[in-house]
Each structure stands twice: as C-alpha cells, then as structure tokens.
Design a protein around this ligand. Structure first.
Ligand code: FAD
Length: 458
C-alpha cells in the first residue's frame, strides 16, 4: 500500500519543485503536504491562484478569471458545498435583451431564431463526434447551417439583416465559451457562486500549503535535466536542485517559452502538440456605475449592428457585444471580450476605454434604455499577463485534423530510466475537464501521484 511509504525512507530523500501556484500547482502541493514529501512551489507572480484571480469589491470579490464550477462530482464542488458558496440567485436564461442597429429584436424573429439555435446546437454537437468535418471551423459550420436555414424563410430584407446579426452574436457566444471549438469538452452543469466564490475556494486550497513552501516572485527561466538532479534556474540568477519537477505553466506560456524553458529541449512530438493545441484570449471588463440603469431581471444585453455603421466593422466597438449584470454587485455590468478585442483593449488607458464604452452603449441602446456614465472600470488582460499569455485551452482544428491525442502528448512526462523527471500538469492536460479549474486541480493531483508512485515503487 502506498501509504506504507509515506514519511518513510524512500520519500524522505525526495524533493520536488512545482512551477506555478495556480490550482494545478496548489493541488499537487497539498498532496505532497499530506504525504510528507518535500517540495517547493515557485510562483513567478506576486500572488497565488494563477487564472483564479479574485479581487475585493464592496462586500465580496469579483473574479478576473474563473467564476463558475463545472460539474458536481469533483473536489472543487465539494468545497463549494461545504462552505455554502452557491449563489442564492441563478442567471435568468429568459432575461436576454438583443439589440440590433439600436432596435430590440421582436418576438416573431426571436421565435424563428430559437428554432435555428436549438437545431444548430444539436448539429454542432453531432459534428463534434464526426472527425470529417474538422476541415471547417465552427464559425464556417454555423454560417453554412445559417444560410440553408435562412433561404426558405420568407423574411424581408431588414428582417434578414437582423437574423444575420443574431447569427453574429451566436458565433460570438461560441467564441467566448469555447474560444474556437464546439466539440467534446464535457460541459456538465455550471454552478454559479455567491460573492465569495473562488476567493473562498482559493483560501481553502492555500490553507493546506504552508506559506514558507511557496516562493512568490520567483520566475523559473530554465529547467535543466541533463544531470542526476534537476536544476531550476530563476530569472534573478539563483538556482536549486530537485529530484523531480511538476510544470504547471499555462499552454500560452509553453507556446512562447518551450524552446528556452527546458534543457535539453522538449521532444519534437511534444513541441508540435503544444503548437497545435488551441489557447484562447477571453477577458472581462467590470463597469462600475453609481446605480444600475438596466432593468431588474435582465441577465444579458447583446448588441450587434451598430447605429450609423454599415457592414462588418473592425473596430473595438464591434467586439463589445455581450454585457451581463453581476449577480450580487448590483451596480456592476460585466463586458466579455474575445477575438481581437483583448489586444485592442490592452493599448488603451482606462479613461480612453471608458469613453469608448460609454459612447457605444449610449448610441446603440438609446431607444431601449437610459444609459448612465461609467464611474470606473476594473480589468485584467490575460493575453498580456506575463505568465498566462491567454485565457484557457481548446481543441483546435489543427489538433482535430491530425487525429492525435494531444491532451495525452501535453501531459506525457519526461522519463529518464523510468523516473518522472519532468511532469506536466495544468488545465490543458486533463482529458475530461481541460479549460477548467476542476481539470487544473485534477491534473495537479494526478502528477503528484505519478511522482509518489514512482518513488514508492523503488
Ligand atoms: C477570463 C477567464 C474566465 C474563466 N472562467 C472559468 C470558469 O468560470 N470556470 C472554470 O472552471 N475555469 C475558468 N477559467 C479557466 C481557469 O481559470 C483555468 O483553467 C485554471 O485556473 C488554470 O489553472 P492552472 O493551475 O492550470 O494554471 P494557472 O492558473 O495559469 O497557474 C499557473 C501558475 O504558474 C505560474 N507560472 C507560469 N510560468 C511560470 C514560471 N516560468 N515560473 C514561475 N511561475 C510560473 C503562473 O503565474 C500561474 O500562477 C477562466 C479563465 C479565464 C482567463
């Protein structure tokens, strides 16, 4: 039995480095703590949590990163239940308001749209199981289904324009949720949390890892596994020796630094999988108002087709489509941005951004709501975050067209004489729950156990 070794001779002499104090790294650390295996966590930034990033607001915490918990049969959901973190209010799926060229979409068109949306969702799901269609992007497939749906409908030209904009919003939703793909992520149910949400979950995880075992502001620039021990080199020149290492850097980080982070370099197969697999770039901007201008019960306002602008624009405003009130901070509206939006936003100051969003909302919603001015914004740009370099992973068309098991290639450890010298964890390595915090935590536990199993089998 494994526990026979714990704290014993074999694991006593082993020391492990964990790169990253996100959920994958913290879960691995927690496991080593339970087992009495020596470890050090190196975290490049000055905080723990990684892409779980709560910040204090009013009587709770808003979340720059993860916000919902996927599925109920997992450890993260257990923390949610145990600490009463479920939101007392749910998002009202009926509370959508869609505005196209400044006008609310009418019921007739909504009903037609609903039929298209539900049949297309089914088709996309079916496509997910059919490898042959992966030479087409999700967006191309949606357009194909849309064109064949629209043709037999007897709609006026202006009604068709509204439907085309609804289609644009639909595609945007896919881009938000899946970044680019609509295939086999296991969605499960998504639990909505209260105002403490991920702050409390993070607190539970960190409470099990002593502070002195996490080295903050310690960016690892090289992992050298040519010798008997593995040398971890930090950006300020200090180096440390370990028996095994768990790397939890995001896929975005690995894409950027895979050639300089490892000595010797990663195998061509692993490198190619890192290149192929998708990594998205979503972000949120929290808009603070002195009081809400939107009606109670509105869960989302979507804007497509800008007043006074014809055709497909390419400006930032064209990416500002989805606005959702916070469920508990009643004066906060959250705008979700994907596509080219985050890059554009990263070049603007807060006051430039406030002006653009104020104009956008007042111009396009003037016939629907009396919009007031934004007081302040809060944002964290994941695409320019030095350590994330994007939001979360997705199965790309390249991965699908290769017919390779890239998630496995991404998590395969580097073994030297059977010894796992470098292990790979992080959301992008979990087969069932990649993209998610649940997947990240599962991956940390998986790699900690891989290391334990090896050393306890000696
Ligand atoms: C906007 C947004 C919304 C999201 N919403 C949800 C959601 O609702 N539900 C959900 O389940 N998931 C959501 N996610 C995804 C979720 O946040 C991630 O899947 C999860 O947090 C990833 O955890 P991780 O440990 O794999 O990686 P990370 O959290 O990225 O942790 C890796 C850590 O390693 C550090 N690091 C990297 N490289 C180095 C280095 N060289 N040296 C030292 N330290 C390094 C980083 O600073 C970071 O702290 C969202 C993500 C974003 C960006």
């Amino acid at each position: 039995m494994l526990f026979g070794y714990v704290g014993g001779q074999i694991t006593n002499n082993v020391s492990v480095a964990i790169i990253g104090a996100g959920f994958a790294g913290l879960r691995a650390a927690q496991r080593f703590e339970e087992l009495g295996i020596k470890y050090t966590v190196f975290e490049g930034s000055n905080r723990v949590g990684g892409r779980v990033y709560p910040f204090s607001y009013w009587n709770g915490y808003l979340q720059h990163g993860a916000e919902y918990v996927n599925g109920e049969d997992n450890e993260i959901y257990e923390i949610v239940k145990k600490n009463n973190l479920l939101s007392p209010t749910e998002i009202d799926e009926e509370g959508y308001e869609t505005v196209v060229y400044g006008r609310e979409v009418n019921n007739k068109l909504y009903n037609i749209w609903d039929k298209f949306e539900s049949s297309t969702n089914e088709k996309l799901e079916r496509d997910g199981a059919n490898k042959k269609i992966f030479n087409k992007t999700v967006s191309e497939r949606i357009d194909f289904y849309f064109d064949s749906f629209l043709a037999p409908q007897k709609l006026t030209q202006s009604e068709q324009i509204v439907m085309q904009n609804m289609n644009k919003l639909f595609k945007n939703q896919y881009q938000m949720e899946w970044s680019a793909s609509a295939n086999d992520v296991r969605v499960d149910s998504e639990a909505t949390l209260n105002q403490y949400g991920f702050k409390s979950i993070l607190d539970v995880l960190t409470s099990k890892v002593p502070v002195n075992k996490i080295k903050l502001s310690s960016k690892v620039v090289n992992i050298d596994y040519t010798g008997n021990k593995i040398k971890i080199l930090l950006s300020y020149g200090q180096s440390y020796l370990f028996d095994s290492v768990i790397v939890t850097s995001s896929l975005g980080y690995l894409k950027q630094y895979k050639n300089s982070l490892f000595t010797p370099s990663l195998s061509a197969t692993k490198s190619a999988a890192i290149e192929r697999f998708g990594f998205g770039n979503n972000m949120k901007i929290f808009l603070e108002y002195s009081r809400p201008w939107w009606p109670r019960g509105m869960s989302t306002v979507q804007i497509s087709g800008r007043v006074g602008i014809n055709g497909n624009g390419n400006s930032l405003e064209d990416e500002l489509m989805v606005f959702q009130p916070s469920l508990w901070a009643s004066n906060i509206l959250v705008v979700w941005i994907a596509g080219n939006g985050p890059r554009k936003v990263s070049k603007l100051t807060d006051s430039q951004l406030i002006t653009i969003i104020n104009n956008h909302l007042t111009t396009n919603l003037k016939d629907v709501y009396t919009v007031s001015n934004i007081q302040r914004i809060y944002r964290h740009n994941w695409i320019t975050d030095e350590f994330s370099l994007g939001s979360y992973s997705y199965i790309s068309n390249k991965t699908c067209s290769m017919n390779t098991d890239d998630l496995k290639l991404l998590r395969d450890p580097i073994l030297v004489n059977r010894k796992p010298v470098i292990c790979f964890a992080g959301e992008h390595t979990d087969t069932e729950m990649y993209q998610t915090v649940v997947g990240a935590a599962r991956s940390g536990l998986r790699e900690a156990d891989r290391i334990l199993n090896y050393y306890s089998s000696l």
